[in-house]
Write a protein that binds this ligand. Structure first.
Ligand code: BT5
Length: 235
């Protein structure tokens, strides 16, 4: 595993994409102390001052149909890396890929992929970007320092990479089943009423779990609905 560290970069995901286009190997990692244009999903921005962790991992040769399941692998790794430093806090996972500490967002994960025109069933690469708030966060979110830990960046990063490798191996060997049940054990809002804000409408229902492929199962007044993308909020 090669780890490339920057003091400052536009976005660790963007840098890793540039390196991937030049042939960077499977499991190349990019980290930065600060990002100038940190990104969330749907072109949102990710506040990225110095004092937090910004880390992206490159994976190659994944199946197009199951690659999105790596977001659950990544969430579990982030959970472990945060929990070890905040043993007292309640760490929960929010579909599809947020990590909450005592109910507030402490980490976000962004998956970006590139397809392969000559091999349409295999991704050319997948980039998994982690933003973990260690010392700083926006007012509506939280960070490790606020929650009382003695932050040690190297320890958190090493734990994140170690746990990611462990869960990734588990996923490669055993498929999504085990990962899914571990994720559900730590999920926020299971059995509770939530609303999924899709592009054009809002769907309300009880969060009943995940499908075998990682979609969200909602029990609504019109029966079970499967949500494969979008936003979910507790109501
Ligand atoms: C995410 O997006 O949660 C994915 C964030 C991924 C960031 C990492 S950092 C390393 C790598 N390089 C990048 O450029 N990105 C990845 P989303 O679910 O769309 O959430 C974005 C929303 O979270 C924003 O619209 C804000 O409301 C909120 N937000 C922004 N900065 C935050 C922060 N530092 N902590 C908590 N919430 C934040």
């Amino acid at each position: 595993m090669e780890i490339i560290e920057y003091k400052e970069i536009d976005s660790t995901n963007d840098e890793l994409r540039r390196l991937a286009e030049k042939g960077a190997a499977n499991f190349t990692v990019v980290t930065a102390k600060k990002q100038i244009r940190g990104k969330g999903r749907y072109s949102r921005s990710w506040e990225s001052p110095e004092g937090n962790i910004y880390l992206s991992i490159l994976l190659r040769n994944l199946d197009v149909h199951t690659a999105h399941q790596v977001s659950f692998v990544a969430s579990l790794a982030a959970l472990e890396a945060i929990q070890i430093n905040l043993p007292e806090a309640e760490i929960r996972l929010k579909w599809p890929n947020d990590v909450l500490a005592n109910g507030k967002k402490i980490a976000g994960i962004l998956l970006e992929s590139a397809s392969n025109s000559s091999r349409p069933h295999t991704l050319q690469y997948l980039i998994i970007g982690f933003g973990i708030n260690v010392k700083k966060s926006p007012d509506y979110a939280t960070n490790m320092k606020t929650l009382g830990n003695e932050e040690n960046f190297a320890k958190i990063k090493n734990k994140l990479l170690e746990e990611f490798s462990k869960y990734y191996e588990m996923w490669l060997e055993d498929g999504f089943g085990k990962i899914s049940s571990l994720w559900l054990k730590n999920a926020s809002g299971l059995g509770e009423k939530i609303v999924a804000n899709l592009e054009e409408k809002h769907v309300e229902g009880i969060f009943r779990g995940l499908t075998s492929n990682g979609e969200l199962k909602l029990e609504t007044n019109e029966g079970e609905k499967i949500i494969s993308s979008g936003e979910v909020h507790a109501i």
